[in-house]
Design a protein around this ligand. Structure first.
Ligand SMILES: Nc1ncnc2c1ncn2[C@@H]1O[C@H](COP(=O)(O)OP(=O)(O)O)[C@@H](O)[C@H]1O
Ligand SMILES: [Mg+2]
Length: 280
């Protein structure tokens, strides 16, 4: 009888050899970024991916942390269609929290687990350029106009793990906060990543019956939004998966970040978890 441990390792082998050298863009957010034990497990997963030859690229959110500091500073805040309305003060707080506190904490956690992480924002190396979102009254919330992934490729090639805060330089000279899902999707597309994985606090994308959709076709997404089955914060997620797939990403996954080691389970086992979004 083979031990379970050996079986698990052997099950991972074909995936390790299949994915060695490829890029995975991971949108990090929700409980996996808030709970101490989950933070550590996430950092371990990321370090392990790098050690087996996969190039993880982390793009993180931080909405709740921004919200907390805004509250402490008594700056009022509101959302339109899942996007935070951002005036200049809010943007300053968002940039401080995202590029400073949150980004460096993730970098530290990954480093503590033996990875070599480097924190960046969309401003570094002009990775992300943006303009003001046109169709909604959300202030300094940007929509990406260009992505230059040269810096990510350079860093990854030298053994580092890029950790990216979703702040961009505006073509008008202002700074913009970009929805982290959208930023991650654009970066995944520009890199033609092998996988684009979004961690969130639900099992995956739920259908009209409230049950998990295991496999979702790109062509089915618009109807889910039109029918109000996908709403709020799930809209930028499924939309950015569409964009990523159009840009050449092979597979997009929305997975439950509350499950410890969700990434390893998704990548290295035969039975994935969450919702896989396919390109057809
Ligand atoms: N069809 C759907 N399936 C799953 N979640 C959905 C759906 N429609 C709306 N949502 C909401 O989207 C939320 C995820 O988005 P969000 O709160 O922005 O999380 P994150 O912090 O991971 O970006 C879920 O918690 C859920 O309330
Ligand atoms: Mg969100």
């Amino acid at each position: 009888m083979m031990s379970e441990k050996i079986q698990t390792l052997l099950e991972a082998l074909p995936y390790i050899s299949k994915f060695a050298g490829s890029i995975f863009v991971i949108k990090y957010g929700g409980a996996a970024m808030e709970e101490e034990s989950l933070k550590k497990e996430f950092a371990k997963d990321v370090a392990l991916l790098k050690y087996v030859g996969i190039n993880p690229v982390i793009v993180h959110g931080g909405g709740p942390m921004i919200g907390r500091l805004l509250k402490d500073l008594q700056i009022p805040t509101r959302f339109v269609n899942g996007l935070r309305v951002t005036d200049e003060k809010t943007l300053e707080v968002a940039e401080m929290v995202l590029s400073g506190l949150v980004n460096k904490e993730i970098v530290k956690n990954i480093n503590d687990m033996g990875g070599k992480a480097i924190g960046l924002s969309g401003k570094d190396g002009r990775l992300l350029m943006a303009k003001q979102v046109e169709d909604r009254d959300v202030g300094l919330v940007g929509e990406i106009t260009s992505v230059d992934v040269a810096i990510i490729k350079d860093i990854s090639r030298h053994g580092y793990i890029p950790v990216i805060a979703p702040i961009a330089d505006g073509v008008d000279g202002k700074a913009y906060n970009i929805n982290a899902d959208t930023a991650a999707g654009s970066i995944a597309a520009a890199l033609s990543a092998e996988k684009f994985i979004l961690l969130t606090d639900v099992q995956g994308v739920m259908g009209a019956d409230g049950k998990l959709i295991s496999v979702l076709k790109r062509s089915e997404i618009e109807k889910l939004i039109d029918d109000n089955v996908v709403t709020g914060g799930m809209i930028p997620k499924v939309t950015c998966c569409t964009e990523a797939l159009k840009g050449g990403v092979r597979e997009a996954h929305v997975v439950d970040g509350r499950t410890p080691h969700a990434i390893l389970l998704e990548v290295f086992t035969d039975s994935g978890i969450g919702t896989e979004i396919t390109g057809d």
